[in-house]
Structures are given as C-alpha cells and as structure tokens.
Design a protein around this ligand. Structure first.
Ligand code: GDP
Length: 452
C-alpha cells in the first residue's frame, strides 16, 4: 500500500453547537500544519506524541481564532496509521469553519465522508468489515443497529469469518497431505473427518451468517409497512396514532389523502417505514388516479400490508377486490372503528378471513394498538425472533452475496467429497471458497465499498 501523499482535514464532531468541536488532520503535513496554526502557551518546539497542549489556534498571519487544546499523534500509532493532529476547539460552528478554512488554505484537503476510516483500512489497521462497521455506526438509525455495528467494529463478523477460514485451511491441509503423497493409498484422505469439519466449521456457520444477513437487512434498513384500504376506513388516523402525532391531515370527507405519506417509527429496535396510501378506487380526478397508481406500487414494494377495514360498516365489493389484489403479499387484516361495532359483528367479520391474522383496533380511541404492533413484529420477525435477539453482527448485502458464493463453493466441495473426487479438484474448491472469504475482509474491493 502506498502511503497517502496529501493531508486531509475535517470537522470531526457533529454539526451544531456543542461544548467542544474537534478538527482532525491526517497525513504527512499534519505536524507542520500544527506548527503553523497552533501557538502553545508553554512555548515548546517539540511536540510529544499523544499529549495535549494548551494554546491558541492562529491564522498564518498570527490572528487568533480560538483558544484550544491540540494533540499530535505520531504515525503509526494512530487511527489512520498516519500522523494525526486534532484541534479541540470551542464548539461554535463558525469558529470550526474558520479553523478548517485556514487549514485548507495552508494545504490540507477536505476529507471525503469516511475517508479517515478508509485510510485506516488501506493502512491495514482495520479489516474491511470493521471499516464498514464504522460507516454503519455513523448511519445507525436505531439502538439495535448501533449495537450491531459496534460488535462488528470489535470484530464479531471478522471472528466468525476467521473461524470459517481456519476450518477451510485445516481441510486444505488434510487434502494437501494426500496431494503430496500421490503414490500412496488414495484413502489417505480422511473423508469422514473432512466432511465432519466441513459441516461444523464451515457449512453451519455460513448458513447462520446468511440468516443473520437477512435479519441484518431488516435491522439496518427497516421494513416497509403499507396501509391499504378504502377512503375513510381510518388509515390516516392509524398513522397518526402510531406516530403519536398529528402529521397526516385527518378529515371526515373521503379521499382527501391524495398521495402517499411516509413516516417512520421504531418497533423493538426495527425501523418501520409506514406508508399511507390514497384509497384505491376508481375515480375521475386525474390527481387522485395518480395517487392510486402510486398506492398500487407501494403495496407491491411492501414487506407487510395492513389491510384496513371499517368494522362498523363491513366490506364493500370494491374492498374485496382490493383485498384480492394484495392477499398474496404478507399482510394483516386490521378491523378499525371497533368502538362502533358490536362483538357479534366483529366476530362475523373475523370469520370472513379464515387463516389470516386479524387485529381489532380503534385508531380514534387508541384501543388494540399495542396488540397490533406485536402482530406486526410477529409477522415480520416471526420465527426468527430468537436469532434476532442473539445476533452478534449484521452482515450487509455485500457480505451476503459473497457468503452465498462461499456457501455454493462449499456445497459443491461437499458433493465432490462424497463422490470421492480427485484430491487436487477438491483442493481447488477449497481455495475458491477461501478466496471468496478474502473478499469480505477486503483484499480486493475496498475502494468501491468505502466510497460513500
Ligand atoms: P382514511 O381516509 O382511511 O385515512 O380515514 P381517516 O383516518 O381520515 O378517518 C376517517 C374518519 O373516521 C375520521 O372522521 C376519523 O375520525 C374516523 N375514525 C377513524 N378511526 C376511527 C375509530 O377507530 N373509531 C371511530 N369512531 N372513528 C374513527
């Protein structure tokens, strides 16, 4: 790896006003930029690495910008393994911008998002799964995804992969003994031992990681829940109740939600994107027609559809048509306005949806909402809730596709083993599985992955 030739700079703390704001520099010019723009009170010419100095940040002409602490961290014991300098200024955004500006004028380059982490990866300080975890952590929307990112940062995914890798390397060693002594009895390959190892150290963990990747997608990106139903059944009321705030306009006249409305809330750590659709029904108004078309598309993209009906009036023919159009999607039937319907009527309605999960609520009086949320959770997470609770990492789509390839290679290895294929062929399969795994920790593809 070639060391970077330029020095990057960025405000490292969140925008807004905080107690302190940090500006970070990394690269060969970091120390000279520190010398140029920082005046320690105890004037010393030599900076000791990893020590804080108290002084003023100044422009190239000596004008004071802020009083600050500065630290110089000498390579390679730094995040990027380059020379790193940090200015801990007062948290005013204006001041931070000023300081950054003078550093840029003196030759630093503005860092791209994630570039410090990218350098850490390129310098070999962290593997690609950890670098990605940093990005995930910065973008985490819920506590659960932040936890998982931290686990991954601490190497959880890496260790899973390391275990699989060691299993494969051990298998390769067993095979290579046979390759080295080709004249001996072919039975020198201990097929049973290799097969057992393959199962327990490679195939099982790979399958589990893939299951975690499926859950990971949900935890990271959340689920799309679409509210479908005729006008006036109470979609916006439910949306509002779920969001606990009046964001969508609720009116008593039918069909006023012209377009789709999307909101977000968190359910047991899962981001839920809740989409309210305009009532799907024939209509002359072209604006409404557009909304209906969009609503259909939303239903198609949904992870879960909530089919709302007004329990006080029962289902009209158009509603059955609507129901037929979505019943193949994962869905829940939600009987709303239960406050206006008799128990008998609710039971009759429920009987019309045999084998389907039915929730009974009153959006207006906030009844049955908790049960509805649990039903949504059960429907989406379902039987994998145990896995969900125990997850230690959340492989992303990139990991997922590589894990799938690795699994395919290992499955064909297993088949070849069972057919007693020639050893050198088996070894080739193992090697290709190992190569795939290498892609996850990032021997080859880092640039595309880390460019945000
Ligand atoms: P949308 O067209 O499906 O979005 O329906 P709205 O949410 O706009 O609701 C239509 C009307 O039904 C409004 O007057 C709401 O106050 C009323 N409504 C909604 N939910 C309930 C409920 O659970 N009980 C009762 N009694 N009225 C409700």
């Amino acid at each position: 790896v070639h060391p970077a030739t330029d020095t990057i700079a960025a405000i490292a703390t969140a925008p807004g006003t905080g107690g302190i704001g940090i500006i970070r520099l990394s690269g060969p010019e970091a120390l000279s930029l520190l010398r140029l723009h920082f005046l320690p009170y105890k004037s010393s010419t030599a900076y000791t690495s990893h020590r804080l100095y108290y002084g003023t940040v100044i422009t190239a002409r000596g004008q004071v910008l802020d009083e600050a602490l500065a630290v110089y961290m000498r390579a390679p014991h730094t995040y990027t393994r380059e020379d790193v300098v940090e200015f801990h200024c007062h948290g005013s955004y204006v001041v931070l911008q000023e300081v950054l500006r003078v550093l840029l004028e003196s030759g630093a380059r503005p860092a791209e998002p994630g570039e410090f982490t990218k350098r850490a990866f390129l310098a070999g300080r962290i593997d690609l799964t950890r670098a990605e975890a940093v990005v995930d952590l910065l973008q985490a929307q819920t506590e659960k995804s932040a936890h998982l990112a931290v686990h991954q940062l601490q190497g959880a995914l890496y260790e899973h992969l390391q275990g699989i890798r060691e299993g494969l390397i051990h298998i390769l060693a067993l095979l290579e003994v046979a390759i080295d002594f080709p004249d001996d009895d072919v039975e020198i390959v201990q097929h049973d031992e290799v097969l057992a190892r393959l199962q327990s150290q490679v195939l099982d963990p790979l399958t589990q990681l893939l299951a975690m990747a499926d859950q990971g997608r949900i935890i990271r990106d959340g689920i799309k829940v679409v509210l479908a139903g005729q006008p006036n059944v109470g979609k916006s009321s439910l949306l509002n109740t779920l969001l606990q705030e009046e964001r969508a306009l609720v009116t008593p006249s039918p069909g006023t939600t012209r377009d789709t409305i999307e909101e977000r809330f968190t359910l047991h750590g899962i981001p839920v994107h809740l989409i309210d659709t305009a009532g799907i029904r024939p209509h002359e108004d072209p604006v409404e027609a557009l909304g209906i078309e969009r609503a259909r598309q939303k239903v198609q993209q949904a992870d879960l559809v909530l089919f709302l009906v007004d329990a006080s009036v029962g289902l009209a023919e158009a509603e059955w048509e609507l129901y037929d159009s979505l019943r193949d999607k994962p869905h829940l039937v939600v009987m709303n306005k239960c406050d206006l319907a008799s128990v008998q009527r609710l039971n009759d309605l429920r009987d019309q949806f045999p084998g389907t999960r039915v929730a009974t609520i009153s959006a207006k009086h906030q009844e049955g909402i908790q049960e509805l949320l649990e039903a949504i959770y059960a429907q989406v997470i379902g039987e994998s809730s145990e896995l969900y609770e125990q997850m230690t990492c959340a492989p992303n789509t990139r990991h997922r596709s590589i894990l799938t390839k690795t699994l395919t290679a290992c499955t064909s290895l297993e088949a070849a083993m069972r057919q007693r294929a020639p050893v050198d062929l088996l070894a080739v399969e193992v090697q290709s599985a190992l190569d795939y795994l290498g892609d996850i920790t990032g021997v080859t593809t880092a640039d595309e992955v880390l460019d945000l």
